[in-house]
Design a binder for this molecule. Structure first.
Ligand code: ADP
Length: 491
């Protein structure tokens, strides 16, 4: 008990550092870290992909708009064979405002005829824009770039009239609105992602801490159980894995407690039973040594010592049998004919029965066969018939009958003895239980015979019950499966 207390105190004062180290090592934290990492990668991809997809969409819409504008402009010049600055100005003004940042129109040599930009106008000069050079060589140029929160779109196209090159147009458009929209979208997405990730980290940590606390509780309880504290219980509310673990743990602790109680009870009863004959032997031996006795009395005392030693031997044999039943598996079951085993039992008990004036009777045909361990069957029948003899009146009888049906053989062991009172019947198969202690002890019993019967019958998949015999006495009803019944069960 002391050790248990010391252990639990040590645990209670376990340094926080240890708990932290446990938490760091916990599988739950590793799971949480995995969730955080996975969501981080997901959000990172979303942050990279979504703005890129939107940018591409905007690029393509910008390019389409620029192409449309350039084509509209080019179409306006298609009816002129030759371009001069005046004509171009008129045409440009006749077209609705195209909302471009800059519009240039050149002649076929690349000289600028019109420039919408007034400061630093290129009018009258040779334009050196590569886009215009490409347009003059007959290729349409359209592209959009995104840099420094600005969409820059350029388009250049040759101006054709009657299959002749009469010049080129060049459009430039700087779009800050759409660029700002894109950048604000990027920023919003980034901050939402940061928020989500922070929330995930927070919740993961919270769940990890809660879960590790519950797991630590489970581990500590297992440790306490290991230290022998069977009163420990875990909270089993809810239906998750830890709650189910808690329920299983509580059942286990309960069963361990019960088996520990049974073990303690068994040890204390066994010690008590062994102590009594040993005390008698010591008393008788002391009496012989201390008193001047005549030879007849000494012989009587020595014979009593012999009887007590016999009792000890029987008791030890039964205790050994019970330990064997608890620890070793059942012997291989096989088809056993009941009659020869029953005859052997009666032969063995005949001298004792004769001594007590009890007759033994057997009604059993050769067909009655059970599936059981032969040694177990012998021991069970022996204990039942021996009790029938021990707890009987002189001139009484013990009768064993066996009858079979396809599934089971029913063996009845009846006697004309003292009978068992109703209130004792539920306890009759318990270890060390005796109805009439004085009578049982006189008969040499320690209350173990029927518990051996019970355990052996159970491990041979049978059953045993007790009832009153009509006309006085007791009747034990034993059923054991037939080999045929077992064959049906295992297809
Ligand atoms: P024991 O070794 O004392 O006989 P058992 O376990 O065989 O122990 O039996 C338990 C108690 O049940 C006995 O002490 C006795 O009081 C009672 N008992 C068992 N068999 C019979 C019987 N056939 N008739 C009357 N009482 C019986």
């Amino acid at each position: 008990m002391d050790t248990i207390l010391r252990h639990s105190e040590n645990r209670k004062s376990a340094p926080r550092r240890g708990r932290f180290a446990d938490f760091i090592r916990s599988s739950q934290l590793r799971h949480a870290a995995a969730y955080v990492l996975i969501t981080f990668v997901g959000l990172l991809l979303l942050n990279l992909y979504a703005p890129m997809a939107i940018r591409n969409l905007l690029f393509s819409s910008q390019r389409t708009a620029m192409t449309d504008k350039a084509q509209l402009m080019a179409a306006s010049f298609s009816s002129y064979e030759h371009l001069d600055a005046e004509t171009v100005r008129e045409v440009v003004h006749s077209v609705n405002d195209l909302h471009t940042t800059r519009l240039l129109v050149t002649d076929p040599d690349g000289r600028c005829l019109y420039d919408s930009q007034t400061t630093g106008s290129a009018e009258g000069k040779l334009t050196l824009f590569p886009e215009i050079a490409e347009a003059l060589s007959g290729t349409d140029v359209v592209y959009t770039r995104y840099k420094n929160d600005l969409f820059t779109s350029k388009a250049a196209m040759p101006l054709m009239a009657y299959n002749r090159l009469i010049g080129a147009i060049y459009l430039l458009e700087n779009d800050r609105d759409q660029a700002e929209l894109l950048s604000s979208l990027q920023k919003t997405l980034f901050w939402i992602s940061v928020g989500i990730e922070a929330l995930i980290i927070l919740l993961s940590m919270l769940f990890s801490i809660l879960f590790s606390k519950r797991m630590r509780n489970v581990l500590q309880s297992v440790q306490r159980l290991d230290d022998g504290d069977y009163s420990v219980r875990l909270p089993s509310r809810g239906n998750d894995e830890v709650a189910r673990l808690g329920k299983a743990f509580n059942d286990l602790a309960q069963r361990l407690k019960q088996s520990e109680d049974v073990r303690k009870q068994f040890v204390s009863n066994a010690s008590h039973e062994l102590k009594t004959p040993l005390a008698s032997i010591k008393l008788l031996a002391d009496s012989i040594l201390q008193n001047e006795m005549d030879e007849a009395t000494t012989k009587e005392f020595v014979s009593d010592i012999g009887n007590e030693a016999d009792r000890l031997t029987r008791l030890s044999a039964k205790l050994l049998e019970l330990t064997r039943l608890d620890s070793s598996p059942a012997e291989e079951r096989q088809a056993v004919a009941v009659a020869p085993v029953a005859e052997r039992v009666l032969r063995m008990l005949l001298p004792q029965a004769r001594k007590q004036g009890v007759t033994l009777d057997l009604v059993c045909g050769p067909a009655e066969t059970v599936l059981a361990s032969e040694d177990d069957l012998y021991q069970v029948l022996f204990n039942l018939v021996e009790n029938g003899v021990k707890y009987n009146h002189p001139d009484g009888f013990v009768r064993m009958t066996a009858e079979t049906d396809p599934d089971a053989v029913t063996i009845r062991v009846e006697d004309s003895g003292y009978g068992i009172p109703n209130e004792a019947k539920p306890h009759i198969f318990e270890r060390f239980y005796r109805v009439d202690k004085a009578r049982s002890r006189k008969a040499g019993g320690a209350g173990l015979g029927l518990s051996i019967v019970h355990d052996m019958v159970l491990r041979n998949r049978g059953s045993v019950t007790v009832e009153d015999r009509p006309g006085g006495g007791t009747c034990f009803v034993l059923t054991l499966p037939t080999p045929a019944a077992e064959r049906e069960e295992t297809p």
